[in-house]
Design a protein around this ligand. Structure first.
Ligand code: B3K
Ligand code: ZN
Length: 885
């Protein structure tokens, strides 16, 4: 907790460490009412910084120092200094050994950072700065050390004792036992991990490309053993993919994953011992949806890929976080694209980015993917660092081409293996391997905000020339008023009237270079002229969303329809549909606001009818095409977000489509349902596609008054042999006016899954997301449910998080009750778990998006949080930045 105003850490103040820790020996004695940590640190002066001996400042928080020696000599109390956050002592030589013993209290650790209890087990979370809550240390990523760790605990209650690396030795001491692990790879403290518990494991093995056998183990509590196979399959696929696509081989003899129930985020890539939120590792057909299965596959891959992009090559300091996160998200996205449908994966990622990261870029916490300053680093594990960071890596690949990108990544890993490096080092490797100057490209690392790219076209029929003019600009963000032009890769094609894609030859070129290509827009305004064009073409711009920008080109409806039909880029076919729907929705929103009568769109209904009749269209793609832009995206795009008008307009359009297309939707739904009720569940791309379409259709159908649809929905709920279909039906009932069916379904669901925490989270979420009136009261009542706990982050996210961040129409209720509710939860959680409190706050930080009366209510709540007492650095930073300027 904060005792004085926290100060920001600045990138420009970075200094290499004065000392390195070459070896780290740790010895943990775990008990119920305290734990003891003994550390032996072999330390050396960083001779690059000189031969003098500045004081050694070890980080340490909430530690009770029991003893300390320097080179074996006990230090008297006046020979060192203890503060809230440091232990400072004066070394006597350039090489020395410090021993400490500290007492800590994992049993009281509700922040879930450092060593803590989750249920009956002990586990750790050290990234970014949790290790300093375990022992005194140089807790910074550029201090890399070889760790040997011994864990001691009660034999019966904690039969499994794990840490990083390979197992070295084990033994027993009466009722207790111990195990020693050795990690031969030097690593920063943030990658340290320890687990002790009564865990069972599923075991498998993997033979690496050089023929080494690696043992794979996934540890879970015994009742979850049946939910591990999907994660194990995903792990083996990830290991093979990283060998094939990046040439990266696993390096230890064993790779372990442990599932824990209380975890602040998704998972953590600790060397050789990944610790996972159980929600990102456990999956079975009966308990996890398709989306959950895909998330498990993606997160297992993400954490595994970190073994190279993050662990073997790590970050010099936390400003470089995107070095490992942006790159690893890009890697996991490509893996998922290869395992599933590439186009659908891209659509999902772009929709998420545009809705959420663009909003972050436009809000008070906007920052470049490499921030310049932070108060609390935990606040910078953001969509910008992760998702926009991944887009920046994707742009590098688009600009350099696949072969050069791979050469660059090989060079990066070879050059920096075992080092803690910077984003500049990554770009330099890409530049050196490709011979492309990336100087201007690096602005993506230092400038925040979402660039706008406005495109206009001019056709000169007589000359056969078609000119595209690009104008880029970037809005001001906190601390950055003027931006320099970015390098924006624009993938494009030109379509003829018959849908064919024209050969592309720029005026200054001798011949055409294919029918799709990448233009690098580097100036504030820039023109490209294509020659040999007989008739005015239709431009397909920013294909596959080749840059994270807001594109504007004034397409007519007919042009959008042509793109939907002919564009060879699946993403842009979808995008054209979205643009058409946005145009219609924005008109409807204006109509709602002006009190005009709302009318359905006949043309859109015809387009949807055509899509539904097109049996050649992939089901997953069809499901995406039938999904209207979300309310959240509409809010993000509006200057002033009128959530109620947005909701009304969108619901009206859904309703009108449901009415117009009842017959084809109903037929398609029944056909799909018949197939699904016969088949055994598999999380295969094909089956997922079918279920996804079925869910979209059911949601439309339930908007109609037809009694047979209602019975079909209830039947799907009752008879489904998998969670995906069951939850689709439950969500439809919960959002419907059919009170009896809704209550019956919720009760039977809760009775069936009362003992399954992850399924109960879905039960909480589906209710928190209901747009029906009375949802806030229901959420408040559910907070008293025995399955709910404010101490468990998954529960908080499932209930409070979903209500506040994903149920705009209820959260923004006119009386401000939603805002008050969120502020109350933040105030309580600030003391329990600052990271979760700060995350939860996000919807309130966006107050500038709303009308003045809402703004005032939201600001009031932020001010109430400030006045509530001592704030954690996490909450303080977000609240104060939100209220500033
Ligand atoms: N590296 C971790 C995130 C740690 C967050 C600490 N507040 C998970 C990941 O990105 O893989
Ligand atoms: Zn990561």
């Amino acid at each position: 907790m904060r005792t004085e105003t926290p100060v920001a850490v600045q990138l420009k103040d970075y200094q290499a460490p004065d000392y390195f820790i070459e070896r780290t020996l740790l010895d943990f004695d775990l008990y119920d009412d305290h734990s003891t940590v003994r550390a032996e640190l072999t330390i050396a002066r960083n001779t690059d910084k000189g031969s003098d001996l500045p004081p050694l400042r070890l980080d340490g928080q909430q530690l009770e120092l029991v003893s300390i020696t320097l080179d074996g000599q006990a230090l008297a109390a006046d020979a060192y200094q203890l503060t809230d956050s440091h232990l400072i002592l004066q070394p006597l030589s350039a090489n020395f050994v410090v021993h400490t013993e500290v007492r800590i209290h994992p049993e009281n650790n509700t922040a879930l950072e450092g060593l803590y209890r989750s249920g009956k087990m002990f586990c750790t979370q050290c990234e970014a700065e949790g290790f300093r809550k375990i022992t005194y240390y140089l807790d910074r990523p550029d201090v890399m050390s070889a760790f040997t760790t011994t864990v001691r605990a009660d034999k019966q209650r904690f039969p499994v004792l794990l840490s990083n690396g390979n197992p070295l030795a084990q033994g027993e001491e009466g009722t207790r036992h111990w195990a020693t692990w050795e990690d031969p790879f030097k690593k920063p403290a943030y990658l340290f991990a320890l687990v002790a518990g009564d865990l069972w494991c599923v075991e498998d093995s993997f033979t690496t490309m050089s023929g080494r056998d690696v043992a794979l183990r996934i540890y879970v509590e015994p009742e979850n053993l049946g939910k591990v196979q999907h994660a194990m399959d995903s792990l083996k696929k990830s290991m093979r993919w990283d060998e094939e696509v990046y040439g990266r081989e696993y390096d230890l003899d064993i790779f372990m994953i442990v599932a824990v129930s209380d975890f602040n985020m998704g998972a953590m890539e600790n060397k050789g011992l990944n610790i996972f939120n159980s929600s990102c590792v456990l999956a079975s057909p009966d308990t996890a949806t398709d989306a959950a299965h895909q998330r498990v596959e993606a997160v297992v891959a993400h954490e595994y890929f970190h073994n190279w992009s993050g662990n073997r090559v790590t970050c010099r300091d936390w400003f470089q976080l995107s070095l490992k996160e942006g790159f690893t998200v890009f890697r996991d996205a490509e893996f998922s694209a290869d395992m599933n449908s590439r186009t659908v994966k891209r659509i999902e990622d772009v929709a998420f980015l545009r809705t959420n990261q663009f909003a972050e870029d436009a809000g008070p916490m906007a920052h470049p993917i490499r921030p310049d300053a932070y108060i609390e680093i935990s606040n910078f594990y953001t969509l910008t660092v992760y998702e926009k960071g991944a887009e920046v890596v994707r742009m590098l690949r688009t600009l350099l081409g696949e072969a050069n990108f791979r050469k660059g990544s090989d060079l990066y890993f070879a050059r920096h293996d075992g080092q803690a490096v910077t984003c500049d080092d990554f770009v330099q490797a890409m530049q050196d391997a490709s011979g492309t100057d990336l100087g201007q490209f690096k602005r993506w690392y230092s400038q925040a905000g979402t660039p706008r790219l406005t495109v206009s076209s001019y056709f000169d029929k007589a000359a056969g020339e078609y000119t595209l003019t690009f104008q880029q600009s970037c809005p001001a963000t906190p601390g950055q008023s003027d931006k320099l032009p970015f390098v924006i890769p624009v993938e494009l094609a030109l379509l003829a009237a018959d849908g064919s894609h024209l050969p592309l030859q720029l005026k200054e070129e001798d011949n055409a270079q294919g029918c799709e290509r990448v233009l690098a827009v580097t100036e504030a305004e820039q023109q490209f002229t294509f020659v040999g064009i007989a008739n005015e073409p239709l431009p397909s711009l920013l294909r596959s969303f080749s840059a994270p920008v807001k594109l504007r080109y004034d397409y007519s409806r007919e042009q959008l329809l042509a793109l939907m039909r002919y564009d060879s880029d699946g993403f842009n076919r979808w995008e054209a549909g979205q643009q058409l729907q946005l145009e219609i929705l924005n008109q409807l929103i204006a109509d709602v606001q002006a009190g005009r009568e709302l009318r359905g769109d006949v043309q859109l209904a015809e387009v949807f009818a055509g899509l539904l009749a097109d049996t050649s269209l992939d089901a997953a793609m069809l499901a995406e095409m039938l999904t209207l832009p979300s309310e959240a995206l509409l809010a993000e795009l509006a200057d002033v977000a009128d959530v109620h008008a947005i909701h009304q307009a969108r619901e009206f359009l859904r309703q009108s489509l449901a009415q117009a297309l009842h017959q084809p939707m109903w037929q398609r739904y029944q056909a799909l349902r018949a197939v699904h009720s016969e088949q055994a569940y598999a999380a295969s791309a094909e089956q997922i596609a079918g279920r996804s379409l079925q869910g979209k259709l059911l949601a439309y159908l339930m908007l109609s008054e037809h009694g047979d649809v209602r019975s079909a929905c209830v039947a799907q709920f009752e008879q489904a042999n998998n969670m995906t279909e069951r939850l689709q039906a439950l969500a439809c009932l919960v959002n419907s006016p059919f009170v009896a069916e809704k209550q019956q379904a919720l009760a039977s669901f809760a009775a069936a899954y009362a003992d399954d925490a992850l399924v109960m989270d879905q039960w909480f979420s589906v209710q928190a997301g209901s747009s029906c009136p009375g949802t806030l009261a229901q959420v408040q009542a559910l907070m008293q449910h025995p399955a709910f706990s404010l101490k468990n982050p998954n529960k908080v996210r499932a209930l409070v998080g979903v209500f506040c961040a994903q149920n705009a129409v209820q959260f923004h209720a006119e009386d401000g009750a939603g805002y008050r509710f969120l502020a109350d939860q933040v105030i309580t959680l600030n003391a329990l778990n600052p990271q979760i409190a700060s995350r939860l706050l996000t919807p309130l930080t966006r107050w500038r998006k709303y009308a003045p009366d809402r703004q005032a209510q939201m600001r009031n709540e932020l001010e109430r949080i400030v006045a509530s007492g001592e704030l954690s650095a996490d909450v303080y930073e977000v609240v104060s930045k939100s209220l500033a300027s």
